[in-house]
Design a protein around this ligand. Structure first.
Ligand code: GLA
Length: 334
């Protein structure tokens, strides 16, 4: 377990099992600290971890249809662990392996590295991945992702923290206000696989271009919400032209505590998931029972099932290339 603290008393704890962010303690508008991520007090609590609480997800975060993709003329088969889909890297994804942890030199942070061997969970290539968590004195948690491979492979890595800015276990997230910097999303079919359409959010309950209460439209009679039982979609982050720099993807505000989370990223999209599958079967920290929609995830990433959608931005990493992405979680209160 690595504990990162900054000059404002913000504290982030992360462990080498699954690269899991175990807790994030930040102040509210009155200076009261609370832990704002769902999780467990013990390692055993995370084994198993069906909701992927706090974990790094990969080699391919999100879904690959029918657990199959073709690359360079060869078809690869992945474990189907979500109906017929392969979800979050398969049966033993990056969330369930032990990473090597090392403190960052001269910085408040930790680097987790992992070698995913050729053929692991069906993916090609010896894949070396490094995820660093760094905490700054401006209350930013900076996530840096870096990876290389010796055979071409699809890659999509993300972070699966469930936030509740009122404090973990403190009710559902329906009163949180969310802004997503995205004019379009990728509609899904019954299996939550993108249909290939890029749909405008305008005029739909998925329009979060202006700050909106999560609960105000979540149960609207709209095909995408019915299929996903709430929000569980990939929003395409607005960017100028081919810019691949850090942009604001999301802002979340919790009115009773004033806590704010801003998410910026170099990634093309963000999966906004409202914990629709939490159902009270997981008891987390302090005996808190995590009921439906007790946390929300903002998983910055590529579009789901990209290896089967040649028209989506490519997720293929080739030998000799280095994959690099950055996501920043910034905490404040107002
Ligand atoms: C992702 C998916 C959800 C769900 C969770 C884990 O966010 O998009 O559908 O599988 O992971 O429960």
């Amino acid at each position: 377990m690595y504990t990162l603290t900054n000059s404002h008393g913000v504290e982030v704890r992360a462990m080498n099992y699954g690269g899991i962010i175990v807790s994030i303690r930040v102040a509210d508008r009155k200076g009261q600290f609370a832990d704002i991520v769902l999780g467990h007090e013990t390692l055993e609590g995370y084994i198993p971890n069906p909701p992927y609480l706090g974990a790094i997800v990969g080699r391919y975060a999100n879904r690959i249809a029918n657990g199959k993709f073709a690359l360079d003329g060869k078809t690869y088969t992945l474990p189907q662990n979500d109906g017929t889909n392969s979800l979050h890297g398969g049966l033993k994804g990056f969330d369930k392996v032990v990473w090597d942890g090392a403190p960052l030199k001269g910085k408040t942070g930790v680097a987790f590295t992992y070698l995913s061997k050729d053929g692991e969970e069906g993916y090609p290539g010896n894949f070396k991945v490094k995820v660093t968590y760094m905490l700054t004195d401006t209350n930013e948690l900076i996530l840096d992702y870096e990876a290389t491979t010796d055979k071409a492979t699809p890659i999509n890595v993300s972070q699966h923290s469930y936030f509740n800015l009122a404090g973990e276990g403190n009710g559902d997230i329906l009163n949180h206000e969310v802004m997503l910097n995205a004019d379009r999303f990728t509609p899904v079919d019954q299996k939550l696989i993108p249909t290939g359409e890029l749909r405008a959010v305008k005029g739909t309950p998925l329009d979060f271009t202006k700050p909106t209460r999560v609960g105000s439209r979540i149960d609207d009679n709209y095909d995408q919400l019915t299929l996903a039982h709430g929000y569980d979609h990939n929003w395409i982050i607005n960017r100028k032209g081919a810019d691949k720099g850090l942009v604001l993807a999301a802002r979340v505000y919790e009115p009773t505590t004033g806590r704010v989370l801003e998410v910026s990223t170099t990634q093309p999209a963000v999966q906004f998931y409202t914990g629709n599958f939490l159902d009270g079967t997981v008891t987390g920290k302090h005996g808190h029972v995590y009921q439906r929609r007790y946390g929300l995830c903002l998983e910055t990433q590529h579009y789901p099932d990209s290896p089967n959608h040649p028209d989506f931005p490519s997720t293929i990493l080739k030998p000799g290339e280095t994959f690099r992405q950055k996501t920043v979680f910034k905490f404040s209160a107002k």
